[in-house]
Design a protein around this ligand. Structure first.
Ligand code: SF4
Length: 713
């Protein structure tokens, strides 16, 4: 195949939160190929299997190419008029909280910004939430409790500089493969670097671990409160740091000391010897990074887990310095960008707080907004419950498939089916969610739209279009802006390009900021279309001009990692970090009828509900069908043989999946991936089983702890 070098485009991968740079080339015959961008500081040329197969997922098969109203093809004007008039009428009759947007970490920051602005500043409700609620809301809540802001302190480089990496609830090898590769490469250069994996399952990530702690499900709070108590008992605290830069240490240590080592062992399912080895390694290693992901976040105690981890870093002063810090790794490509623009129901844009009257006032003045939201809106699980009981009468879903991905998915499907007015913006014509839409709006896909995303280390990168828009597809920011105009807000939503949206977003981040808030990219407020086109990846904060702002060709010429909190100043009123007093408590959800704990997650080569990765035969070769992992002793107990078809049930539903009998699985627990829907496998829709049980602080669902049973089919 002839490659036309002149058409090479620098963009980013649309899958996970690593945010790898991608070079996409379009050949003279139109065929697309991709490779890792050697100059992108997230991946330096690496790509994982999913990123490498991107070109296999961009055909037009199954695409939604024209607006539809009640299943018939319609023009954009007719569809947009109907969306705007129905939302306006619903608000007029029932108030602003009768409408809602459910959006996605797949949206670009510009899409997110415009949707959030319309809902929070012009509709006057905060009923905009996102599938990122299912991904990292507990990290956001934990950061805000400890730091006074939603700040990820470290950078990817810290993973290479650390002497000890503690991976908690994170199968990095499959879910963030390029970060795993970076750690593996660093470890090869420095064999003295240690890795500890904390995970109920022995995943592929255990292959680089010196120690695997097969912890009991949700035993993490006990593990890290036990660590804090151990640090206190063994004089391994940084008392000068605690005194100068934190408050609440005494109460946190007191609460943590409620369990002795034997109690921690009982709560975590680990032996005292395992605990002692881990605790002494942590205590002795200054340069420690604790990486955590969905095993921490997707829990009814997710926020406490996050703070239990952060407490240990504050107690040792291990934050904000090279190779040290707590590090939340986000699942989705733009979960971080969504946080920056306030895409969650409990936040305002630019990391301002909805509960803070000064922030609301600032926001209102900046937008000249007629009706700023005054209180947090409904979080994802609550939102669909409000749809079910009729409080929400008009719902707009963008770039996500909640009928398959929300917990208690059958109830969510029933709620959407009964909702009087449902709009879905999507790339595909017939996902399980699109099927129930009254209005279907064709969205631009990866490769067809321009915007920015932010990865887990706060690095903002461009996604660039290299394909023409097919049919009548349009970028989401433009569609939402058109609806905003038709609702009577023409002046506020008259954007001509995504660069104008980005410039406004940047200006807002610097508006009356003065270093008082963490998120600041004010230097980019004046960006024009050309500068936006050339935008090189950069980390925030960037309150003043970076040189060069836009290197020629958009290529990075080197980078200086930016860490937060090196000076010990946080974003609380007294600038001190907060210890959170946490008492370890382990919930039992199993029963005689449902004696096992089902843990859900991802596999290496599929993404979400497979709407894109399901198109690549190559990606389906890795694991071709839905499965459940079960420990040999449990398999014997329940009469399950290897490769049998098994029925896994919870009080809400059941799936039929292939049994994999393996000692990698913890006894008493099952693991099954969340990707398959009924479109790809009969009775494979796993979230029909999961419960709408959430963390009380973050509202994040406990997708990794579901009471279940198994039987041979
Ligand atoms: Fe894409 Fe994540 Fe793989 Fe990088 S690691 S190529 S961002 S899926």
């Amino acid at each position: 195949m002839e490659i036309d070098e002149a058409r090479e485009v620098r963009t980013t991968c649309p899958y996970c939160g690593v945010g790898c740079g991608v070079l996409a080339k379009v050949a003279a015959d139109g065929e697309v190929s991709v490779r890792g961008d050697p100059s992108h500081p997230a991946n330096f040329g690496r790509l994982c299997s999913k990123g490498s197969a991107l070109a296999e997922t961009i055909d037009l098969d199954g695409r939604l190419l024209h607006p539809e109203i009640h299943g018939r093809r319609a023009g954009w004007d007719e569809a947009l008029d109907l969306v705007a008039s129905t939302f306006s009428q619903t608000i007029a009759e029932h108030g602003p909280d009768a409408v809602a947007f459910y959006v996605s970490g797949q949206l670009l920051t510009e899409d997110y910004y415009v949707a959030n602005k319309l809902m929070k500043g012009f509709v006057g409700s905060a009923n905009i939430d996102t599938n990122s609620r299912l991904c990292m809301a507990s990290s956001v809540a934990g950061h805000r409790r400890a730091f006074g802001s939603d700040t990820v302190p470290g950078t990817y480089e810290d993973l290479e500089l650390a002497d000890l990496i503690v991976l908690v609830g994170s199968n990095l090898a499959w879910c963030h493969p390029v970060l795993y590769q970076r750690i593996a490469a660093a470890r090869e250069k420095r064999p003295e670097m240690k890795v500890v994996l904390v995970d109920p399952r022995r995943t592929m990530t255990a292959d680089i671990a010196d120690m695997h702690l097969a912890i009991a499900p949700d035993g993490d709070v006990a593990l890290f409160t036990g660590l804090l108590a151990y640090l206190g008992r063994h004089n391994a605290l940084d008392r000068a740091y605690i005194t100068a830069h934190t408050t609440g240490f005494g109460q946190a240590l007191f609460a943590a000391s409620v369990l002795d080592l034997a109690g921690v062992a009982a709560a975590t399912g680990l032996s005292e010897d395992e605990l002692d080895r881990f605790y002494s390694l942590f205590a002795a290693t200054s340069k420690t990074v604790t990486v955590y992901s969905q095993g921490v976040n997707q829990s009814s105690s997710g926020t406490d887990k996050v703070n239990a981890i952060i407490n240990c870093h504050l107690a040792t002063g291990r934050i904000g310095s090279p190779g040290a810090g707590p590090f939340s790794v986000t699942g989705q490509p733009n979960a971080m960008g969504g946080r920056e623009v306030g895409g969650m129901a409990n936040m305002l844009a630019a990391h301002m707080e909805i509960e803070n009257p000064e922030h609301r006032d600032r926001m209102q003045r900046f937008w000249t907004a007629p009706a700023i939201a005054e209180r947090p809106g409904l979080k994802a699980v609550e939102m669909f419950q409000a749809v079910a009981d009729g409080r929400i009468k008009a719902l707009w879903i963008m770039a996500t498939n909640p009928v398959d991905s929300m917990p208690d998915a059958d109830a969510v499907e029933a709620a959407i089916k009964a909702c009087p007015f449902v709009v879905v913006s999507d790339v595909l014509a017939r996902t399980d969610t699109v099927r129930h839409a009254h209005i279907r709006l064709p969205a631009a896909a990866w490769g067809e739209k321009d915007g920015t995303v932010t990865n887990s280390e706060r690095r903002i990168s461009r996604q660039r279009a290299f394909l023409d828009l097919p049919g009548e597809a349009r970028p989401d920011w433009q569609v939402v802006a058109e609806v905003g105009k038709r609702m009577g807000f023409a002046e506020a939503f008259s954007y001509a390009s995504p660069s104008e949206v980005f410039a406004e977003h940047a200006a807002l981040s610097g508006f009356e900021n003065d270093g008082a808030r963490d998120f600041d990219i004010g230097a980019y407020a004046g960006v024009d279309a050309e500068g936006y086109e050339e935008l090189a990846p950069f980390q925030w904060p960037a309150p003043s001009p970076v040189t060069p702002l836009w290197p020629k060709g958009g290529r990075t010429t080197g980078h200086q990692p930016i860490r937060f909190f090196a000076d010990g100043n946080f974003y609380t009123p007294d600038r001190k970090a907060r210890f959170i007093a946490i008492r370890p408590a382990v919930e039992t959800r199993t029963s005689l009828d449902y004696p096992l704990i089902l843990n859900t997650g991802r596999i290496r080569d599929h993404w979400h509900t497979m709407t894109r990765t399901g198109k690549s035969p190559r990606l389906s070769q890795h694991i071709a069908e839905p499965f459940v992992e079960i420990h040999p002793a449990d398999a014997q107990r329940f009469g399950i043989g290897d490769a049998d078809i098994a029925r896994v049930s919870s009080p809400r539903g059941d799936v039929l999946v292939r049994a994999l009998v393996t000692a990698r699985q913890r006894q008493g627990s099952l693991f099954a991936p969340m990707h398959w829907t009924d479109q790809f496998a009969a009775k494979g829709r796993l979230d029909a089983l999961t419960a709408p049980l959430t963390d009380p602080v973050s509202g994040q669902p406990a997708l990794k702890h579901v009471a279940a049973r198994i039987e041979k089919f």
